[in-house]
Design a protein around this ligand. Sequence first.
Ligand SMILES: Cc1cc2nc3c(=O)[nH]c(=O)nc-3n(C[C@H](O)[C@H](O)[C@H](O)COP(=O)(O)OP(=O)(O)OC[C@H]3O[C@@H](n4cnc5c(N)ncnc54)[C@H](O)[C@@H]3O)c2cc1C
Length: 303
Amino acid sequence: MMLADSASRGEPVTPIAGGTDVMVSWHHRAKDKLTLLDLSRVRELAVMEWTGVGDGASLTLGGLTTYWDVMQSREAAAAYPLLAEAARQVGAVQIQTRGTWAGNVGNGSPAADGVPVLMAYDATVTLASVRGRREVRLDEYFTGYRKSVRAADELIVAIRLPPPTWGVQWFHKVGARRAQAITKVGVAMVRRAVVSGQMSVTRGHAIPAPSASRRSAVVGERASGAPDAAGSWRVVANSVAPTVVRCRMLESALDSGRIFTRPDEIESLLAGDISPIDDMRSTAVYRRRVLARLIYHRLAQSA
Ligand SMILES: Cc1cc2nc3c(=O)[nH]c(=O)nc-3n(C[C@H](O)[C@H](O)[C@H](O)COP(=O)(O)OP(=O)(O)OC[C@H]3O[C@@H](n4cnc5c(N)ncnc54)[C@H](O)[C@@H]3O)c2cc1C
């Protein structure tokens, strides 16, 4: 209600969840006289829940679900391993226990590490206001650098992940050091594998589902099965464009079965997908080359 009233008067209100991004920008924004809306005690937003059973079960992260919540949930980590993988590389324990997935989306940084894995898994964002709720695909959520389709009076109340039907699943973060570093180049890559019955692991380690009643599938690096019509590859990169970005040209090439024989071929194709900048952390050339090589070598491994 406060959000709606303030928005109607044209006074911006900043929702605050874990505060790990808001507090960092605090001193830059002192002159803005921020009005904060503390969400941290809204218990309904903390709920992380499953819908459905077996292979068809899907996961909904609440607006206050933290990285730590996902890391502690054996079920979530088993079904969506990249969530746990990315969570482990966000800040340190203090940030992981306070920082939320919704805050990572809400902050809109192109360097966000949670967003690429959510986007690779085809997540949707549930926005709520006094007008009701709407669901937006995460890959259609960002409209520019730190800009999104979220209206001033809307809250991110949930992030929904469809049932996991992924074979290849991979996330890599390049930073100045292994932890506590903002990403220079990051990439999440998954390949959909639609199968009748169970997914079968042909390579890599299988992660057993903790609750047999909830799901019988296991996920590993490669699973058998035919791709579906919606395209089977998702390649999502961070720190290489004004927003976290799906590399759709590369995805189409992979979906069409194109084989790459050199990293340069991937780099050329990525030119249509990404637009890196030079900044204090890296150069555009570095970001382009490293992204192409990371992807090339990962594809070569799974060939
Ligand atoms: C030391 C340190 C290390 C960090 N390391 C990393 C890292 O490695 N990788 C990484 O990606 N990030 C990192 N971060 C950034 C930050 O921790 C994450 O982006 C985190 O997910 C933000 O979540 P939060 O709940 O703290 O967001 P907050 O700071 O509470 O909010 C962030 C933004 O989202 C908005 N917002 C929050 N919740 C909602 C909601 N429900 N609806 C609408 N808008 C909302 C806020 O208004 C604000 O604009 C780091 C931060 C620090 C301080």
